[in-house]
Design a protein around this ligand. Structure first.
Ligand code: TZP
Ligand code: MG
Length: 217
């Protein structure tokens, strides 16, 4: 991967349950609109499992490969290793950062953090980037913590953390610039792209707004 901060700019996350139409089409459109990173997150009611999950992962991974978009797997370390994904993203309820780092070697490792303490431990144990949120209210993650705006992002930057950070939760093209302004390198979105009438236009709007804000940094 060329530059991680650049790759994190417009980070699209999705699984089959997030889409109104075929996830393959949604991903193709999102790539055409300018997403810079993709995470396969197959979760929730009706989510695929086993061979079906693996088959969809491979199909989406192939599309990402064609377009040089890094492909990250949420939670499922074994799947990531099996299909040789570019990385994994884990939360605090998943396996320990240290153990995951051992398992995946040099692959990209993203960790969701919600406090300065979690941030300190994740960085110490091998995280490459942080996901921080929910920044805004979200309906996508049912067990999400209350939204807290960009307070933690700003606090970590103030303390001198230079680790790449993406904001997540309720982010749209309208509020994305504020997340970058607070110190994030990019925005992670599910609904804003996966549920849009035009995932391509939605991705493009995010890319433009994030790109413009990053220029001014
Ligand atoms: N973690 C914190 S909020 C969230 C996750 C996975 C869901 C983000 O989805 P959306 O639809 O972009 O609000
Ligand atoms: Mg998780």
């Amino acid at each position: 991967m060329k530059d991680l901060r650049e790759a994190l700019s417009v980070y699209f996350i999705m699984g089959s349950t997030n889409c109104r139409k075929n996830p393959v089409e949604v991903l193709k459109e999102a790539i055409a609109g300018g997403i810079t990173l993709f995470q396969f997150r197959e979760k929730g009611e009706g989510a695929l499992t086993g061979v079906e999950k693996c088959a969809l992962a491979k199909e989406l991974q192939a599309i990402c490969k064609q377009h040089q978009i890094p492909f990250i797997v949420n939670d499922d370390i074994e799947l990531a290793l099996e299909i040789d994904a570019d990385g994994v993203h884990i939360g605090q309820e998943d396996e320990q950062v240290k153990l995951v780092r051992e398992k995946i070697g040099g692959k990209l490792l993203g960790v969701s953090v919600h406090s300065k303490e979690e941030a300190m431990i994740a960085l110490r144990d091998g995280a490459d980037y942080f996901g921080i949120g929910p920044v805004f209210p979200t309906k996508t993650k049912l067990d999400a913590k209350p939204s807290r705006g960009t307070t933690l992002i700003q606090a970590l930057r103030k303390e001198g953390y230079t680790v790449p950070i993406v904001g997540i939760g309720g982010i749209t093209s309208k509020n994305a610039a504020s997340v970058i302004k607070a110190g994030a390198d990019g925005v992670s979105v599910i609904t804003a792209i996966s549920q849009a009438d035009s995932p391509m236009d939605a991705a493009r709007a995010l890319r433009n707004n994030v790109g413009e804000e990053k220029c001014y940094e």
